[in-house]
Structures are given as C-alpha cells and as structure tokens.
Design a protein around this ligand. Sequence first.
Ligand SMILES: [Zn+2]
Length: 267
Amino acid sequence: MSEPYYLKARRQNRRRLIGRLEHGSNAERQLAATLVACTEADPCLSGACTECGGLLQLAALDLANRFVRGPARALRGRMTMITVVPSWGCVLPRELDAAVCRRVLAAVKAAAVASGITPSIFSLDISFNEDLTGKGPLPHWCVHAAGLATDWFSPAQERPFRAAFSRSSWVKRPVWFERIDASGAADLYALKPDRGRRVTVWNERRLNAGGGPSTKTSPRGLRAIQADELAMVEHQLGLAGRVIGCGIDNDAVERALGGFNWARDGP
Ligand SMILES: [Zn+2]
C-alpha cells in the first residue's frame, strides 16, 4: 500500500519548515538543528516535529482505545467526538503563545470533569482562520481542542459543558458534540498532529436558512510565516502538553504519554 497523502504532505511541510528555520533567528536555527537530528531510533520529541507528533498521536490513540473506545463497546459502540473553541483561544497573529494553549486544555479538562463528559481524551488543535467575506473576524489563530468521549450525551448532559464556553463575535459555535460509533476513524482525526488554515468565503451556490447568502469554510495549508510562528510556540509547549485525559487514571495517562514529556534541548 502506498503512503497516505497526508503523511506525504506532512513530510513535505516539515522539510520546508526546516529549510526556512535554518535561515532564521538563533532560536529558529536551533530548532531546525533539533528537527534535522530527529530519527526513528532517536526521536527529537519537539512539539514542532510532526513526525514525533505522529508518535504522540499513536500513543494517544492507544490510550483512547483502552479508556474511551473500550468502554464504548459495552454501550453499543456509542462514542462522541467533541470540538471546543473557546473565544479567548482566538488570538491575533504574533500573539500566539504556549500559555494560551495550556489554558485551553486546562479549561476543557475542568469543564469535562465538572460536567461528567468522561472518560474522555482531548488533544490540542491550532488553526489559522481567515474570513474573506469581509463580514467575519480578523485573521487569527484559533487554539481549540478536539476530543473523544465514551457514550452519547443528552442535551441536558451537554448543557453544563457548553455553558463553560460562551459565544462571541469570534466564535459563533464554541462547542460541537458529534455522535459517532466506535468503529470509525474519527479518533485518528481528533488526535492529528497536522495544522492548517481554515478559509471562509461566500458560497455562491447555496442560500442560508433565511434565504440570504451562505458561507463555506475550507481547509488549506498554513502560509510559511504562520507555520514558522506556530513551530516556535509548539516547540515551547512540548508534545506531552498537547493531550489530556479526563476522568482517566492519572498513572495510566502518565505511563502512556509521560515519555513525550521533554525536548532534548529544552524550551
Ligand atoms: Zn522529532
């Protein structure tokens, strides 16, 4: 079987990133050297490394299999995919930092545990959102979380979790619950290490429910300047800081993900 297209794209983006960082600031050149030295036998474990991000994805997937998908099998395969986009996770270009990434996951964990959306696993995702309709927010980084939980939830069960993340002009729908079944590949997607741009344009072909013009949002690759900014932030954040377990034994999470807890040359 040939390599899936997204793995090819991942490698190509990584090579281009290294090429640019090699001509950047001291910190960027240092990160480039870290990424160049990364091998299968001796992974660099930088948060900016999508190869190592792929290893983390597999470890998180294993954790999800044991603690989310496993229990779901006893519930007729019922699982939920959850996307959480806190308004304050939206920041302007050059204002992205590791602190806001940590804050997003901490808030998601607190809300999941407090409202019983457990057992669940969430992974950080970061997109660069561009709205070209002239009606939307300014271009911005969108730090959000994608997760998987055992079982389906009623609107009453979802309500306290939803209440923790308020709507704003930046984010019209902060929380998405999607009922899925345990046989799908949604978990691979929810835990993906790849980052991209989301571009919103007017959709000429379709009217919205009110008969007005509608919009559509499509995935695109990050621009070079965006990928470079993001790489430095994700390197500082580290890999292990990117996945959390909610309502799952801490020791089990530590055993599965603790090995990702350092980058060779520090932040
Ligand atoms: Zn690596």
